[in-house]
Design a protein around this ligand. Structure first.
Ligand code: UN1
Length: 513
């Protein structure tokens, strides 16, 4: 039975700078590596609470937008400093509540620091343009203006880095925020919100609401109808992203969507196979395959398929999984529900793919009991790593995002075929190719439909100052991170300034010619 301890945090919503006392039953957030450890107890907001938070955020937004951008940048810098000062504690909390290995948690918290470092400076830029006019004695300008109030709904797999990719630039640009972190990682949400408030984000500009899916969607719909919500940013499933897109569309809004992926990795005949195995191992099994950027399929040139597969299988069999506070390839799945969903899919795969030697429906090659396991497997939600060899278009595994430590392997004979296979599943988030031939690398990069492509590196591991986002079923073309996210959290305003003292008409006044 889960047990609370002095280490269990009791959380509340944060609305308008006030902690809102919980009404009703509190829910538990548990440690996925130690199911008896209750990390936090937290309330679930009703749709009304969500609407209230949007109203408060909307009322606070103009005041924040009036703060000079360099001063907002200083607040972002202070957030970065506080995250830096608390890096180990936050990373321990990420590992405890989400279950990723501590080294990965340190990397995740570092991404928040990197994001703050980047946007601190942006407060002194936030450039617009000066543009020449068609007519004399007139100057044209463009300005970035905040969108208004943005609701940000984030997932559990990157419980602090990905939220920071939305929240930090949105705050810098003068927006106010209602953040709904995942129900599986409320304590991390609370800790990050607390840091932002301590760093100087004014009351009402950042609001935190813990809510489940149905209350969030009812709350979003009501806030849109009330006119107090100007944009939604969402990270999660393609299915929910589609619903958010439809809902936003009714109000002529474009959401920021970061959805699923099936991220292909191509291993060319000339690839450094050891390097490719390392990249495939990290991409397929890092974070227990629960990254949006996790490798879903590996397409290996037929000439090197057997050699690659034997080295890859050996690497998987020798990998150590288990207690995420140790040096492991991956820890538990985030929750029991995720584990059960993964196991149910594995059962299905076992029925449909374990056809020894058939090659047409795939063969499970690495489902052995773990050689290396740290800790007690019954303590947490641990899943076996699985490679299915011989996958082809039409297989369930070819097109379905599995969100677990499972990867499909198939073969190709020329790069055009590899591109077709890699594009055919309809997702377009990340992708990778291992080759030493620049022609092959660029042919792949030009042909693949994906927001991100790596050459001789994993599908995972994007840096915080590059655009992050996907095509097709992976998103709606919006990008997070780097300078490009500003296009999602601001809107352009043009300014015409005529100092001629007369009415000059653009398109019509040809007197200057
Ligand atoms: C995600 O899985 O939603 O590129 C984000 C990576 C990380 C971020 C992943 N830097 O794998």
């Amino acid at each position: 039975m889960p047990s609370t301890s002095s280490d269990t945090r009791v959380l509340s919503h944060l609305i308008g700078g006030q902690r809102v006392a919980a009404t009703g039953e509190l829910l538990d957030s548990t440690n996925p590596a130690q199911r008896t450890d209750v990390v936090a107890r937290f309330p679930m907001a009703s749709a009304e609470t969500f609407v209230d938070a949007c109203r408060v955020a909307s009322a606070a937004q103009a005041g924040w937008a009036a703060v000079p951008a360099p001063v907002r940048g200083q607040v972002i810098g202070a957030i970065g400093q506080l995250v830096r000062a608390n890096k180990e504690a936050l990373s321990r909390l990420v590992t405890r509540e989400m279950g990723k290995p501590y080294a990965e948690s340190l990397g995740e918290v570092q991404e928040v620091i990197d994001t703050c470092d980047f946007f601190l400076g942006e407060g002194r830029r936030l450039y617009g343009q000066t543009v020449p006019s068609e007519v004399g004695d007139k100057q044209l300008f463009t300005f970035r203006r905040p969108v208004g109030t943005i609701a940000i709904v984030t997932a559990s797999n990157f419980p602090i880095a990905v939220p920071s990719w939305y929240i930090i630039p949105a705050l810098l640009a003068g927006n106010s925020i209602v953040w709904k972190p995942s129900e599986l990682t409320p304590a991390i949400g609370d800790a990050f919100a607390e840091i932002m408030v301590r760093a100087g984000v004014p009351a009402g500009v950042l609001n935190l609401v813990h809510a489940d899916g149905p209350s969030t969607s009812d709350g979003l719909a009501a806030a849109l109808e009330a006119g107090t919500l100007d944009k939604i940013g969402f990270t999660g499933s393609t299915e929910t992203g589609r619903k958010i897109s439809e809902l936003s569309g009714r109000y002529l809004q474009t959401p920021i969507l970061e959805l699923g992926g099936k991220n292909p990795l191509v291993v060319a005949a000339d690839a450094d196979l050891d390097l490719a195995v390392e990249g495939a191992l990290f991409g397929s099994f890092g974070t227990a395959g629960q990254r949006c950027t996790s490798t879903g399929t590996i397409w290996v040139h037929a000439d090197v398929h057997d050699e690659f597969l034997s080295r890859f299988s050996a690497a998987v069999e020798n990998a150590v999984i288990g207690d995420p506070s140790e040096n492991v390839l991956y820890g538990p799945m985030i929750s029991e529900t995720y584990l059960h969903r993964y196991e149910a899919f594995l059962d299905w795969i076992a029925d449909h793919h374990k056809v020894s030697g058939s090659g047409s429906t795939g063969q499970i090659t690495a489902d052995a009991p773990r050689r290396g396991f740290v800790g007690d497997p019954s303590d947490g939600f641990y899943a076996h790593p699985v490679i299915v060899d011989g996958i082809k278009p039409g297989d369930e595994l070819y097109a379905k995002e599995t969100f677990g430590p499972l990867v499909g392997v198939g073969t190709y004979t020329d790069i055009a075929e590899a591109i077709e296979l890699a594009n055919g599943h309809g997702y377009g988030l990340s992708s990778a190719i291992y080759t030493n031939d620049p022609r092959t690398a660029f042919t792949f990069a030009n042909g693949i439909s994906a927001g991100m492509t790596s050459v001789n590196n994993s599908t995972s591991g994007a840096e915080a100052h590059l655009p992050f986002g996907g095509n097709g079923k992976s998103g709606n073309g919006s990008r997070q991170s780097g300078i490009w996210v500003l296009d999602a959290v601001t809107q352009w305003q043009s300014l015409n300034w005529d100092y001629s003292g007369k009415l000059q008409k653009a398109q019509m006044d040809t007197t200057v010619l």
